[in-house]
Design a protein around this ligand. Structure first.
Ligand code: G
Ligand code: G
Ligand code: MN
Ligand code: NA
Length: 261
């Protein structure tokens, strides 16, 4: 239908834009970075969420140039946040960017990332690439090789939506990941305080396994202070969700980070 025919030219027409959602340290509430979330400002349909067009972009191959554009814009934005605040006071704000499975198999991924980091002067340590758990299920060495190269350079790799796929916990050891992003469904089960004891045990187990493997744990979809507190007590490191802020324009993140600096 209409979206399919409009998508190929949308990038050239400058119809995509990026919103940023802060990543907050659960211990002290400080803003540590943001996740970049792409949107399409469609001339007829208005703002479309990625669920509406990312599958299409994957299907048509546009995801490769689109993903590269998102990466470049986001890393540039991270550089701008740093410059605008004289570098230090904001701390090193980190930028998280989602990668789709098609980008993982694209041969240009490592070189494109290196080029973008060099062009912008952003340290690899300030970048985190998010890959879904399901994209890495049964991943062979060929698929993991580019991620390993990036990880060796200092780029963080996060396992997104963790706990929704066929979480093979033993498999974690072989993946070049340094962050687990616990799926929103776990956060939702922390609605009551105290939360369901079985859910608490599961999250506790995941956190302790993650930490024993030197992985940081980020929780998604935090909507209430009670959830944040529960997840902090369980040892989660960083959080993201509407309780802190909805995804928004880059200046908004800058303001949020300044407030608690
Ligand atoms: O805000 P939300 O509706 O933004 O995002 C919905 C989904 O779209 C999330 O699963 C998110 O990971 C995915 N997403 C957002 N931006 C990107 C992107 O730039 N690339 C890819 N591959 N996925 C994205
Ligand atoms: O990459 P990922 O699948 O995690 O994408 C994050 C998605 O979750 C985006 O669609 C974003 O808008 C959404 N989101 C972020 N914070 C919250 C929240 O607190 N509650 C809910 N329900 N969704 C959220
Ligand atoms: Mn994500
Ligand atoms: Na997620």
């Amino acid at each position: 239908h209409g979206l399919t025919t409009a998508l190929p030219t949308a990038l050239d027409r400058g119809e995509f834009f990026i919103e940023y959602q802060p990543l907050v340290h659960l211990g002290d509430g400080s803003v540590r970075g943001a996740e970049a979330l792409v949107r399409w400002l469609h001339p007829q349909h208005g703002v479309l969420s990625p669920d509406r067009f990312i599958p299409l972009a994957e299907h048509t191959g546009l995801i490769v140039p689109l993903g590269r554009w998102v990466l470049e814009q986001s890393v540039r934005q991270a550089r701008e946040w740093r410059d605008r605040h004289g570098g230090e006071a904001l701390g090193p704000l980190r930028i998280n960017v989602n990668l789709s499975p098609c980008q993982l198999t694209h041969p240009g991924l490592v070189q494109d990332t290196v080029d973008i980091l060099e062009r912008t002067g952003v340290a690899p340590e300030a970048l985190c690439l998010e890959v879904t758990e399901s994209a890495l299920i049964g991943a062979d060495d060929d698929l993991l090789k580019p991620l390993r190269r990036l990880a060796e350079m200092g780029v963080d790799i996060a396992l997104d939506d963790f706990g929704t796929g066929y979480s093979n916990l033993a498999n974690l050891r072989r993946l070049p990941v340094s962050v687990l992003k616990l799926d929103r469904s776990f956060t939702q089960s922390m609605q009551q305080f105290p939360a369901d004891p079985v859910d608490l045990k599961i999250v506790e187990g995941i956190v302790s396994l993650a930490h024993s493997l030197d992985l940081a744990v980020t929780v998604e979809g935090v909507e209430t202070g009670a959830q944040a507190e529960q997840l902090r007590i369980l040892g989660c490191d960083t959080a993201q969700g509407w309780y802190y802020a909805r995804p928004g324009p880059p200046d908004r993140l800058h303001e949020l980070a300044l407030v608690d600096a």
